[in-house]
Design a protein. Structure first.
Length: 170
């Protein structure tokens, strides 16, 4: 089994693997092309990477690891400089507003330094419901789920699930 196959199946994988590095580089180049010259034509370079994208507005500065595990619902707005590290799936519901410099981190690393040095890591999905507002600078950590109609405050670090309609200040 390749490291990529391990990663997308939810197993521990080596992020230093050459195939994964090349996939990250391809995603980086697509994002850089759009950031340098924001246009619908260049936006297609990014949305082609995605598993699902419907009527999304993505402002320049967007970055992702791979893109292939990002699922965007209808009428999603992603403000400037959003980062989605999609070693595991990221599911964004319909009518979600994502503030500038919001970050989504699915990947996690071992706590033991020796194990971390090997490049081994694991990833857990992030799920965001419908009509959620994620404030600028918010950070969503691996495995969190955000319920429908929730509000995540600007600069919040989301370490746990947020219930439907809840306001989370971090």
């Amino acid at each position: 089994m390749t490291e990529f196959e391990k990663m997308i199946s939810g197993q521990a994988f080596n992020s230093l693997d050459n195939e994964l590095r090349l996939k990250r580089e391809a995603a980086r180049l697509a994002c850089a092309k759009y950031t340098a010259h924001p246009s619908k034509g260049n936006l297609r370079h990014i949305t082609r990477l995605f598993a699902q994208s419907t009527q999304a507005v993505i402002e320049p500065g967007f970055q992702c690891d791979y893109g292939g595990q990002i699922h965007l619902g209808k009428n999603v707005y992603i403000n400037f400089h959003c980062v989605m590290l999609d070693s595991a799936p990221i599911y964004i519901g319909d009518q979600v507003l994502i503030g500038p410099a919001a970050h989504f981190y699915t990947v996690d690393h071992p706590r033991a330094a020796a194990q971390r040095a090997t490049g081994e890591c694991v990833a857990r999905p992030i799920k965001v419901g419908n009509r959620v507002w994620i404030g600028g600078g918010a950070k969503l950590l691996p495995g969190v789920e955000i319920g429908d109609d929730a509000i995540i405050a600007a600069n919040a670090v989301v370490t746990c699930n947020v219930a439907q309609g809840e306001r989370y200040f971090g």
